[in-house]
Design a protein around this ligand. Sequence first.
Ligand code: URP
Ligand code: ZN
Ligand code: ZN
Length: 475
Amino acid sequence: MTARLIKNGTVVTAADTYAADVLIKEGIIAKIGLDLTDEADEIIDASGKYVFPGGIDPHTHLEMPFGGTVTADDFATGTRAAAFGGTTTIVDFCLTTKGKPLSESIKTWHNKANGKAVIDYGFHLMIGEINDEVLAELPAIVKEEGITSLKVFMAYKNVFQADDGTLFRTLLAAKELGAMVMVHAENGDVIDFLIQKALAEGNTDPIYHALTRPSIIEGEATGRAAKLAELAGARLYVVHVTCAEAVQQIAEARNKGVDIWGETCPQYLVLDQSYLEKPDFEGAKYVWSPPLREAFHQEVLWNALKSGQLQTLGSDHCSFNFDGQKDLGLGDFSKIPNGGPVIEDRFSLFYSEGVNKGRITLHQFVDIVSTRNAKLFGLFPRKGTIAVGSDADIVIFDPLAGRTLSAKTHHMNVDYNPFEGMQVTGEPISVLSRGEFVIQDRQFVGAMGAGRYLKRAPYAAAHAAASVSKEEIKR
Ligand code: URP
Ligand code: ZN
Ligand code: ZN
């Protein structure tokens, strides 16, 4: 039995900041207190450092086929980079194919992750259609497989997009099972029309990616999903919120008592639409969906995080190399693979831009980057906090260490960094996953395959209210 004692640090959770030592036994936090003298195999000095719960990234795409290619990071490189950045748990999106059993897709995703991940991981499951077969599979997926979040795309026409009927029936099914529905909220039909129009007019540069996906239709889709969730009485989580219109819809629904939650991502907090205008096709590096917005939206997003209208931060890590992948869209912006590398920088960037710049408090930082995600995704209190009995997923963080974000020094398997040259202050020095070092004094010491699959819990409220019958969902 390995025991480790973290001494002299400042423990920070979503609720408290206090000086304490932390004793870890068999991967679990065994004791927290002042001046602990318990025997340990290893003493870790955390003087002058914060002792944070490990980051939980609720939104990643590793080894994912998309846009005619496959993301550059797999579960080995992606989770290693995540650990360098202070993240100890990810929840990745398992894609499904219409007409194929969901269980087959889940098996495929297990095969991608098993033996490769260096930190713990769970899966969300994409729902592209609802039929008798899907409805028959879902109870075991939620209750036995522990996949308690289902993802519906309202965009990517002819690829992932599902219609409103599918979204509504997914909400009904999820409510019955205690699962949460996640939506990519953009109006895919309108976007498709705008893309065809732009291309027909000879507008092929990366900036047209943003111009054909205006914020008003992210707001429209967010409001539509919120109303369907209200009607179904189901829990809804809106991924990658980018704009004032979407925040307004979420805030209005929350004010009415709808069980709706919103996530944003670092790229929308610090980058803006002008990056898509970079010359020599470099704008392609900044192609995300939804797109980067005009700069004034950033303040709206920060304020929404501060006020609790948005609650979480995901990386939406979906990395493609500039050379050989992003350039598939040379001459046609609609063929640029959507997404970017963010898994490693999510934690430090958010700390530096958020806490250091006074936009959020230290406790809000921990809540948004870790604790709230554990709660919403059925992992709390095993993950997401520093408490006796919780997994010893811990980040020893130097709030004064500064560095420059760069592709030259990052650990993601990709040839550019969208935050190239940005200075951050505050850096994970050592990172433990279930009590074992993954990063020690900035060096990777983890093991491929050490990460475990996490079966997640359904949310408690789901079983309370009377729900629409299975027969009604099937219709
Ligand atoms: O551009 C993005 N966001 N790529 C990843 C897929 C998605 O929509 O989340
Ligand atoms: Zn999306
Ligand atoms: Zn995504």
